[in-house]
Each structure stands twice: as C-alpha cells, then as structure tokens.
Design a protein around this ligand. Structure first.
Ligand code: ZN
Length: 311
C-alpha cells in the first residue's frame, strides 16, 4: 500500500508581474463570468483596466487606483467598478451609452423581441455583476494615450466588432497588448449582440495581427501569451468565422428558414444551457447569411426560405 499523499494541487495563479503591468487573475483563470484585470502603475498614476468579479473578494489588498479604463461596456468587464465609485471611468465613445444607464446597457444586447430573456438578463447584470450606471463616464477615441508618468503610457487601439467601442490597449514600455474580448478562445469570436458586427470584428482581427508586442493578454482564461502563441491562437480564432460560413453553406444545401438555422445551433452546441442562445444565434448567423447572400452563395428561394448553391 502506498501511503504517499496525493500531490497537492498547485494554487491557481492570482497575479503575474510584468514590470509596470500586473495581471490580476480572477477565479478559474478568468473563465466567464470571471475575468482577468490589469493594473498599470506609473510614477504619477495607477490605472485599473476592466475591473472583474475576482477583485471583489480581494478589495482590501488592492492599491489606490486613480482611474478605470474599460475595453468595452459588457457586464463582466465592469463587475467591480462599483468598488471605485468616485474615480474617473473611461471607455470608447461608441460604447459610452452602454454604461450610462441600465436602459442603454440593455439596448446593446438587442433582446427587445425576447422580453422574458431581457428581464432575466437585467436582473443578472444588476445582482450578479453589480452593474451601476456611470452617467459621468468619459469617452476616449482610437489613438488616445493615457500618460501615467515617466515613460509609462497606455495607447488606445479601437477594435470594434465584439461591441461598437471595443478597444485593445497597448501598454508601454512593458509592451503588453491587452486584447479584452478578442479572447483567443476555442469558442471563437463573439458578435451575437445588437451592437456587435462580424465584419468589423474581422477588420479588428487583422489590425491586432499587425501589432507587435512582447506579451498579449486576454480578459478571459487564455490569459497572457507570448508572440508565437498569440499568432497561432489568433489564426485559429479567426478561422472560426470562416468555419461558421462553411457550416451554414453546408446546412443550406437543403432549404431552411432562419428559425431552423437558429435551432440548428452554429455558435453554441446543441443542448448548451444558455438562456439567450436564440437571439445570439439569430444575430450572429443573420450576419453570416447576409454576407453570403451578398456574395451570391445563398439565395432566398421563397420568402423566408434560404438555400446555398453548394459549398
Ligand atoms: Zn465582452
């Protein structure tokens, strides 16, 4: 009999120090609904990017923060913003309404035709993500720079698609590109909300591909990766879009309605317990359908019935 105790599980990583940049990992290494926040410390200012749920239990150990930056206005990226009610909060001008009121936050999802889903989601954002409107939030634009003293600075890179105002941040001189929800996950790009746009997302993927950095950080569980891993993961992440085009073309080899496309499930797996799967499938796959119709690959053969002309 072997009395050796089983090996201890390693403590999950809670922080990664990259010089003036500290990545604060949420629970489950930032897997949704958790996330990973980034603290940037300069001689004059400390800026916290995307305050995630995981900061709430460790709020006593956080340093003084001078301002908050959000990559975009989704619930999980501002889940701990309520801990900092009196400091300036900045996000891209196109996402600004999404943090100014509950009403405009809900508008970004486009659940108007799904009142039960909308009501449930509003409760979740208020109760579980602590959403608090910030009407005084300050907008930034592509190319804006936040100076933190010395040579520490954060450059805004507008990368719309996931939301209208989604932005990456290039943090120097640590040379970290924070990618927000260009999250390099195996799920692939998410453009299932009313304020999301598939083709903007494609342009943003091409843009970040061209930005050289020493470290690439995502808000969710992929975390921090080196340039070679970034390139490889970005390639696979980008390929998910083409794969969804191809799967739709194959499915529409037989005629189907949009309702059937939604129920077939292209974004989520059949059986995934996601309350808002129907509107997300509809918004996402309508964008694929529209562009494949523009390209002459799919035709509306009867009102509301679609068929492809082969894969
Ligand atoms: Zn998001």
């Amino acid at each position: 009999m072997d009395d050796t105790p089983p090996p201890q599980e390693l403590d999950p990583r809670t922080e990664l120090d990259l010089g003036s940049v500290t990545v604060l990992f949420g629970a489950k290494q930032g897997k949704y609904p958790e996330g990973n926040s980034v603290l940037v410390t300069g001689p004059d200012e400390t800026i916290l990017i995307d305050p995630c749920l995981g900061l709430i239990p460790r709020q006593q150990s956080l340093p003084r923060v001078d301002r908050l930056l959000l990559s975009h206005c989704h619930e999980d990226h501002q889940a701990a913003a309520h801990l900092f009610p009196d400091i300036p909060i900045h996000l891209h001008e196109a996402d600004l309404p999404g943090i100014q009121s509950v009403r405009s936050f809900m508008d970004l999802f486009g659940f108007d035709d799904y009142p039960l889903i909308a009501a449930g989601w509003e409760r979740v954002t208020l109760d579980q993500f602590h959403f608090q409107p910030r009407p005084e939030a300050i907008p930034f634009s592509d190319g804006d720079v936040f100076e933190l003293g010395g040579d520490v600075r954060i450059e805004v890179v507008h990368t719309p698609g996931h939301t209208r105002g989604h932005s990456a941040f290039h943090i120097l001189p640590a040379d970290v590109l924070f990618l927000g929800d260009i999250d390099l996950s195996s799920f692939g790009p998410y453009y299932g909300d009313a304020w999301a746009d598939l083709e903007d997302f494609e342009r943003s993927l091409a843009r970040v591909k061209g930005i050289k950095a020493l470290h690439y950080a995502t808000f969710h569980h992929v975390g921090v990766v080196d340039p070679a891993t970034f390139e490889e993961r970005l390639g696979r992440f980008t390929a998910k879009i083409e794969e969804r085009d191809s799967r739709l073309l194959a499915y529409l080899a037989e005629p189907h309605t949009m309702e059937e496309v939604v129920q077939h499930r292209f974004i989520y797996r059949p059986g995934d317990a996601v309350d808002f799967a129907d509107p997300v499938e509809l918004r996402s796959m309508s964008q694929h359908l529209d562009r494949l119709m523009r390209r002459g690959r799919i035709a509306e053969i009867q009102p509301g019935v679609f068929q492809s002309n082969g894969v």
